[in-house]
Design a protein around this ligand. Structure first.
Ligand code: PLP
Length: 448
């Protein structure tokens, strides 16, 4: 059912405004970062082109696991009392266990073409690290991964899998980088610290490049295969949806499934659905954050981006949805939120894992806790419990990954030991206090 798209599709030409330009950082710790992004990725980062050919070697790798399944989740619908159909698009069926492989393959391919010999990255839940390790193995690159230590301890098999794929894996804080030696281990800022370590590690080595996970504009472009396939697969079933939901870490699976709908709507091919990002209530950047210039990682040495953020210094509480423990949202997602072209909702982990449990029971697919957030948000919409997001025709939800390495989290759910973490207003205000150069949202006028 469906086919693998030959081109990625970008929403940038349809935004109706320019994305706010990045700014040079005004505080640095450690060495300046050398940005050695391959030209192909740099072009995709800023280009106004809508359709981008997928290179044949990447396409060949995609064909081994794409198109991914899309089905009507009738059992889940019944279990939650849905009033409209729920369509699930499953991205957990590749070696990495998540959507991250879609961009990892493209990034590894472009870096290899540019003459890089090793890629370094930071990873939260481990899906991104696994995806990059697998993609590097495909294209003959070495790979080093800094994984959030608390996650690695909870999911040691993620580390084993990455090492099987040829990667070197370090628990962050690792003690190998300046930034990791500066933090108190227990207060480590999750993913942004792991990313900061990777930035410093790569900057100190020849022929080694930092590959940032999923929030980049080009990553969201690569993830458009999810939405493009979904549009075709829904049309094959004569189905329409008026809400599209994905979980938000940095925003790539949500952008991947949702933004092709915005493109198709702009082209007059379908009616614009509600686009709803489901974030973790413990890192609520889109629902409680501010739209400002902030750092993308804890070193503060990379460019500052206009983003919805709760502050890159915010000590993200531990949770089972490590992939959502990121302080900011991608700049495209953030700008579209500021311009009211998409919406968001926050979900606590107990509700997310309960949605994941029901989906497992009734659909025979075990979702990652991150995907549980999207399922919970989809359930609220489909049952009419979400007063802000109403729909009549159907909900499409991205089940971004599998939860086979997250069974400890489900075990805690079953034992009634799982707790929610909601940062207080005071804590968030303190984390955002240092942010300067707030973005003038009114300048993001939608002209189209
Ligand atoms: C299974 C899964 N879903 C969702 C996410 C969120 O990432 P993003 O917002 O970049 O798509 C992650 C990140 O690690 C993940 O592993």
């Amino acid at each position: 059912m469906g086919s693998v798209p030959a081109q990625w599709r970008s929403v940038i030409p349809h935004l109706g405004y320019d994305l706010p330009a990045d700014r040079a950082p005004h505080r640095t710790t450690g060495a300046p970062v050398q940005v050695n992004l391959p030209m192909s990725l740099a072009r995709q980062q800023v280009g106004q082109r809508e359709f981008w050919d997928i290179p044949e070697p990447v396409l060949e790798a995609y064909r081994r696991y794409r198109p991914t399944p899309l089905w009507r989740a009738v059992g889940f619908e019944r279990a939650i009392g849905a009033k409209v159909p729920i369509w699930a698009k499953y991205e957990g069926g590749n070696i990495s266990g998540s959507h991250k492989y879609n961009t990892a393959l493209a990034q590894a391919y472009y870096y290899k073409q540019a003459g890089v010999r090793e890629l370094v990255t930071g990873t939260g839940a481990g899906q991104w690290g696994t995806a990059l390790a697998a993609a590097c193995a495909q294209f003959g690159l070495a790979c080093t991964v800094f994984m959030v230590g608390s996650s690695l301890r909870k999911k040691p098999y993620r580390g084993v899998l990455m090492r099987m794929l040829g990667a070197e894996v370090h628990a962050s804080p690792s003690g190998l980088t300046d930034i990791s030696r500066q933090v108190v281990a227990d207060q480590a800022n999750g993913l942004s610290l792991a990313l900061g370590e990777a930035v410093q590690y790569a900057a100190a080595r020849e022929g080694v490049a930092f590959s940032s996970g999923s929030g980049e504009t080009y990553s969201i472009l690569h993830q458009s295969v999810i939405g493009l396939e979904s549009i075709e697969q829904l049309a094959e079933q004569s189905a329409t949806v008026d809400a599209v939901v994905g979980s938000v870490g940095a925003g790539s699976n949500f952008g991947g499934i949702a933004l092709p709908f915005a493109c198709a709507a702009a082209a007059g091919d379908l009616a614009m659905p509600l686009l709803v990002g489901a974030e973790s209530a413990s890192t609520p950047k889109l629902t409680r954050g501010t739209y400002a210039y902030d750092h993308t990682d804890a070193t503060g040495s990379g460019p500052m981006e206009a983003m919805y953020t709760i502050g890159s210094s915010y000590a993200v509480p531990d949770s089972h949805s490590a992939g959502l423990r990121y302080h900011g949202a991608a700049k495209v997602i953030s700008a579209m939120r500021a311009a009211k072209q998409l919406s968001a909702t926050a979900v606590h982990q107990v509700e997310a894992l309960e949605a994941g449990r029901l989906f497992t029971l009734h659909e025979s697919v075990l979702p990652a806790p991150e995907s549980g957030h999207a399922l919970a948000a989809a359930a609220r919409i489909a049952t009419g419990q979400d007063a802000e997001h109403r729909c009549q025709e159907g909900v499409l939800v991205c089940v971004s990954g599998h939860g086979y390495l997250d069974l400890a989290a489900y075990d805690q759910l079953l034992q009634g030991q799982l707790q929610d973490e909601r940062p207080s207003d005071e804590v968030l205000a303190a984390a955002m206090a240092g942010l300067t150069g707030a973005v003038n949202i009114s300048r993001l006028q939608v002209t189209a």
